[in-house]
Design a protein around this ligand. Structure first.
Ligand SMILES: NC(=O)c1ccc[n+]([C@@H]2O[C@H](COP(=O)([O-])OP(=O)(O)OC[C@H]3O[C@@H](n4cnc5c(N)ncnc54)[C@H](O)[C@@H]3O)[C@@H](O)[C@H]2O)c1
Length: 336
């Protein structure tokens, strides 16, 4: 059993990860700045030890005795990254590289970086693999690429980083977000009876349930080190690539009275990528997704109905990271 540090443990994915790691018998330390504290809609599982603060302030002493770090703390999506690209690079890249450097110095053996399939950006072919060219379209994607490269320079005997290039997450979490495409379409259908698709619906997106990302981190914590050492690996499933319009159709099946509306507000969405997950199956043959999109959406739909999810929830700050972050920017600029 390992001592695992989870950064960003109070976020959408981190909230699952604490529970998944503890259930597998690992001891979890959480570190989070609490940018979205109070935004949870269900109780959170407490880590064994909690550090409420900036990852940039973690010392080698804090990392003493840690076997693996799951590094999730970040400014976590494209629009948030565009709000202030400088802060995105400072938090997502500079603080990540510095944490990896301190981890190596403290003798931490694994550094598991929460990357993103958005590094592929405007894919010029389908079924992109880890060796295909990266075409970042946003500061967020750029920060993930540069982190992989800079952290990779630290890899060596006794220090094994790995980069989980996660598909776009969806599904229920105690720290629900509705600023991710699937959750957003479901939430708008429930709130307004309209499935508001911002593009023409054609872009491809690889999708994964947020709990399956947490399960992938667990698999990376427990994998033979040679399977993951300094590897970038796409996290998702080949059958879980969808065009946005397919997601809209699934929402309509769940909420038949909702109509599909193409708002056209993003014009032709250049973020278009269908991704291959073959390398994941080769590296970790025992890992399988627990959810497909239909099952994950049914579960979230039920949860939202039970919660009485309303237009006020849709319009409010609680479930939309960008709205809360705008208010928190001063906190981040103070620490950056
Ligand atoms: N959600 C997705 O679709 C998705 C997809 C691919 C990759 N990822 C990556 O996974 C990670 C987690 O994403 P999420 O959806 O859970 O995001 P989230 O915004 O819900 O959670 C991020 C957490 O990190 C914390 N944080 C931010 N800066 C910090 C700092 N400097 N020090 C300490 N804590 C800090 C925040 O307070 C927050 O609790 C991120 O790195 C994100 O880029 C997410």
């Amino acid at each position: 059993m390992s001592n695992v540090l989870v950064t960003g443990h109070l976020g959408y994915i981190g909230a699952h990860l604490v529970e998944v790691l503890q259930a597998a018998g690992h001891t979890v330390t959480g570190c989070d700045l609490g940018l979205f504290s109070g935004c949870n809609w269900k109780p959170l599982t407490a880590p064994d030890k909690e550090i409420l603060g900036d990852v940039a302030n973690l010392t080698e002493q804090d990392l003493d005795g840690i076997d693996a770090i799951c590094h999730l703390a970040a400014i976590s999506n494209d629009p948030m990254g565009d709000l202030d690209p400088g802060i995105t690079l400072q938090v997502n890249r500079d603080a990540s590289v510095e944490l990896a450097r301190r981890a190596k110095a403290a003798g931490v053996e694994r550094f598991l970086f929460s990357g993103s399939c958005s590094v592929y950006g405007a894919g010029d072919k389908l079924d992109l693999t880890e060796t295909d060219p990266l075409r970042p379209l946003t500061a967020y994607a750029q920060s993930k690429i540069e982190s992989e490269e800079l952290i990779g320079r630290l890899a060596g005997d006794g220090f094994s980083p790995a980069y989980l290039r996660n598909a776009t997450a969806y599904g229920d979490s105690p720290m629900l977000r509705i600023d991710l495409v699937v959750n957003n379409l479901l939430a708008s259908a429930l709130s307004y009876g309209e499935i508001r698709i911002k593009s023409d619906g054609s872009p491809w997106r690889p999708l994964i349930h947020c709990r399956d990302i947490a399960r992938a981190f667990l698999a990376f914590v427990e994998a033979p080190v040679e399977s993951i050492h300094n590897q970038a690996i796409n996290i998702g499933g080949n059958s879980e690539n969808y065009q946005v319009r397919n997601v809209g159709d699934l929402v309509q099946e769940l909420i038949p009275k909702a109509s599909i509306v193409y708002t056209g507000e993003v014009g032709e969405d250049p973020r278009n990528y269908r991704v291959s997950f073959d390398k994941l199956s080769q590296a970790l043959p025992d890992f399988e997704l627990e959810y497909d999109l239909r099952r994950g959406m049914e579960e979230l739909h039920k949860s939202m109905v039970d919660h009485g999810f309303s237009a006020a929830d849709f319009e409010g700050d609680q479930f939309v990271r960008l709205r809360t972050l705008r208010k928190q920017l001063d906190k981040l600029t103070r620490v950056a």
